[in-house]
Write a protein that binds this ligand. Structure first.
Ligand code: CU
Length: 307
């Protein structure tokens, strides 16, 4: 190696190490379309109004996105530790960081309705073959995965993928699937960004005659989110369906993108927003959709902060 070239290469190597290159990490998720019986009001009541509902009004067969081990042998919880006391709806929270390649191994286990299903992801980069949206004459197997069949979606988290995004069924059974809970979120961190201590997923969506949060209606059924004073708390908020919702948390405010303080924020179909706060308000609080008719039809829950 020449005397001139060696220092140059050493400097170049140092520069390459100093600049945090886009990570070449691959994140794998195994997610199935899984039939199950769902009860949107497990305790059969609206505790605030004292109304009772019979199982015939609240229980129905549906298909959800369920996380699995890599060999499909064992289902895993969709939610991570410190997120929620609920499971199955929404689908698995897909966590990645800018620069990551995400491989979603999807299997259609829908042996009940025997419908085709797919996964379509917002916010990330992909080729048309990982779009998962049915378009007659153009789309391929990604958009119509038959019962018993699998497909691998390959996604890339770019620098413009930071934040929280929806994913959902975009096959020909999209309408029934979304009404039945086939949706979930991607949560993408920026370079060097730390995970919060708590990450809560709030999905506003109608289900039958009720308005649900994560597929459940009324206090005591909707997720109970918990945190501790001093923790960093992140809320991932999304709406699915055909209506707008107003997210509201009692006793707290957060900073919107424009710098103003908020305690309510509107979210429309397939829109998302995310914010964090440093928790300093112990107590038992309500969170709910502030569209009054939605709140009265079930879109309300409890947030508990321990000292
Ligand atoms: Cu609402």
């Amino acid at each position: 190696m020449s005397r001139i070239l060696l220092p140059f290469l050493t400097a170049l190597a140092a520069a390459l190490v100093a600049v945090p290159a886009a990570s070449a990490r691959t994140v794998n998720y195994w997610i199935a379309a899984k039939p199950m019986t769902w009860n949107e009001i497990p305790n059969q009541r609206d505790a605030i109004m004292g109304t009772h509902y019979s199982p015939s009004q609240t229980v129905f067969p549906t298909v959800v996105y369920k996380r699995y081990t890599r060999d499909w042998k064992r289902p895993l919880r969709n939610v991570g530790a410190g997120t929620s006391n609920q499971d199955d709806i929404p689908g698995p929270l897909i966590r990645a960081r800018v620069g990551d390649r995400i491989r979603v191994h999807f299997k259609n286990m829908d042996t009940v309705f025997k419908r085709v299903h797919s996964m379509h992801f917002h916010g990330v980069h992909y080729r048309p073959s990982s779009d998962g949206a049915y378009l007659p004459g153009f789309s391929g197997r990604d958009a119509a995965v038959e019962p018993g069949h699998s497909y691998i979606y390959t996604l890339h988290a770019g620098s413009d993928s930071v934040g929280v995004w929806p994913y959902h069924d975009h096959s020909q059974s999209m309408e029934e699937s979304i009404a039945g809970g086939m949706y979930g979120m991607l949560s993408i961190l920026g370079p060097g960004q730390k995970r919060p201590d708590r990450e809560f997923e709030v999905v506003f969506a109608p289900m039958g005659q009720f308005q649900t949060i994560d597929g459940r209606a009324f206090v005591g059924n909707t997720p109970v989110f918990t945190s501790k004073v001093g923790e960093t708390v992140q809320w991932d908020v999304m709406a699915m369906g055909s209506e707008h919702h107003t997210f509201h948390v009692h006793g707290h405010r957060w900073r919107a993108a424009d710098g103003t303080y908020k305690d309510t924020q509107t979210v429309g179909p397939a829109e998302t927003f995310v914010f964090r706060w440093h928790e300093d308000a112990p107590g038992t609080w309500l969170y709910h959709c502030h569209v009054e008719a939605h709140m009265m039809a079930g879109m309300i829950g409890i947030y508990r902060v321990r000292r």
